[in-house]
Ligand binder design. Structure first.
Ligand code: PLP
Length: 411
């Protein structure tokens, strides 16, 4: 039987929570309205009181936004999803809903730079402390636990060094301590990794990245159980208002339709690019979980999805490849500036390959010693591999890399 419970990711991305109004449109409608009208005063009172279902105001419910939320929840295997204005507001909404003054977070020290700043500069002001640990050091996670630890927070693979964390092991550590494990699943998306199935309690997304997939809209989402997400995070959203716009929700809905196809293509190209980069004399090190010498290559093989539907299809290792050039910041900047096609920008998850110098952009506001602890050196370059032909990406990078190699010894 063709039961939606058994649909694959490509089908879920296209068919889950299909939105159709009385007009019988095929592509979902954008319900671009701030409020909703009622037949009469009594119906308005009933919907406001929650005794009759219905939309009131787009700060908290909107049909296009709800279709996106339900489709993403189906793909992640969660009961509830709340869409937000950005990935950062998804993280903020989760923390504000689940924490109070005096609580403690243990987080990976290699998180997205702004997430680290959110913990250190904003949560700290409200009496929530964060301890940062190496994502792959399970003993460090255990040692950092305190009686008031409520949340363990991790990204895997992380940005920009592609370290992995063992979701199942961290879920066990969290649950032994009566804490929750939250996974930022931005880099693999539900197509290639479903943290809830591995024991995590909550999944966070920056929809801005792969869910959109073409670098157009800002958005975020929180996925998990009905109580914490459907009630608590939704309640925060309703009151505090970092809501997703219906227009953006429509863009993300359309993005989900091609997510499965795109993720596999990003990963296949990134793997080929990583192998090519490793052969370049001007490069000192390549970070990519698909390389056999990556410290968590075996974990990636267990934890990640595959490039095809067959059980023996190659493992997907993600669309992000980072590398260190020989030399320092100047050499890295020369290699970046020599590209003509790649986009010099900090976004990722786009059809267009982007090239970034993390130490002076995405992680530029992280204090230098925290950056060093996270292993982000001045000669590091991050590539978020797009959907162009890989040969053209290599050719564009080759200009700067070959010039570096030819200039040795640089006097
Ligand atoms: C971009 C990003 C975020 C923040 O999302 P925004 O949509 O930019 O607010 C959070 N986590 C990760 C891993 C990201 O890459």
């Amino acid at each position: 039987m063709n039961d939606p419970e058994n649909w694959g990711f490509a089908t879920l991305g296209i068919r889950a929570a299909e939105l159709r109004s009385g007009e019988r449109e095929h592509s979902p409608a954008i319900h671009l309205t701030s409020s909703f009208v009622f037949e009469n005063a009594a119906q308005a009172a009933a919907v406001f009181a929650g005794t009759e279902p219905g939309n009131v105001y787009s700060r908290f419910t909107n049909p296009t936004v709800r279709a996106f939320e339900q489709r993403l929840a189906a793909m992640e295997g969660g009961d509830s999803c709340v869409a937000t204005a950005s990935g950062m507001s998804a993280i903020l909404a989760t923390f504000m809903s689940l924490l109070r003054a005096g609580d403690h977070i243990v987080a990976s020290q290699t998180l997205f730079g702004t997430t680290i700043n959110l913990c250190n500069n904003i949560l700290a002001k409200f009496g929530v402390e964060t301890t940062f640990v190496a994502p792959d050091d399970l003993q460090a996670w255990r040692s950092a636990l305190r009686p008031n630890t409520k949340i363990l927070f991790v990204e895997t693979p992380n940005n920009p060094l592609t370290d992995l964390a063992d979701i199942r092991a961290l879920a066990d550590i969290a649950h032994d301590a009566k804490a929750l494990l939250i996974v930022d699943n931005c880099f693999l998306t539900p197509v290639l990794q479903q943290p809830l199935k591995l024991g995590a309690d909550i999944v966070i997304h920056s929809a801005t990245k792969y869910l959109d997939g073409q670098g157009r809209c800002m958005g975020g989402a929180v996925v998990g159980d009905a109580e914490r997400i459907g009630r608590d995070v939704f309640g925060f959203m309703r009151t505090a208002g970092p809501s997703m716009s219906p227009f953006n929700a429509w863009v993300f809905l359309k993005g989900l339709e091609t997510l499965s196809l795109r993720m596999r293509a990003h990963c296949a190209s990134a793997h080929r690019l990583a192998l090519w980069l490793r052969e370049q004399p001007a490069i000192a090190h390549v970070y990519y979980p698909g390389l056999p010498d990556h410290p968590q290559h075996a974990l990636a093989q267990r934890q990640h999805g595959r490039l095809g539907d067959d059980a023996d299809a190659p493992v997907a290792y993600g669309g992000i490849v980072s590398f260190e050039v020989k030399g320092g910041r100047e050499a890295a900047w020369r290699v970046i500036d020599a590209t003509k096609m790649l986009s010099i920008t900090a976004n990722l998850g786009d059809t267009r390959t982007t090239i970034t110098h993390p130490a002076t952009t995405t992680h530029g506001r992280v204090p230098a010693e925290a950056r060093a602890r996270a292993g982000i050196k001045d000669n590091l370059i991050r590539l978020a591999v797009g959907l162009e032909n890989v040969e053209d990406i290599c050719a564009d990078l080759a200009t700067g890399l070959n010039a570096e190699a030819a200039a040795w010894p640089r006097g």
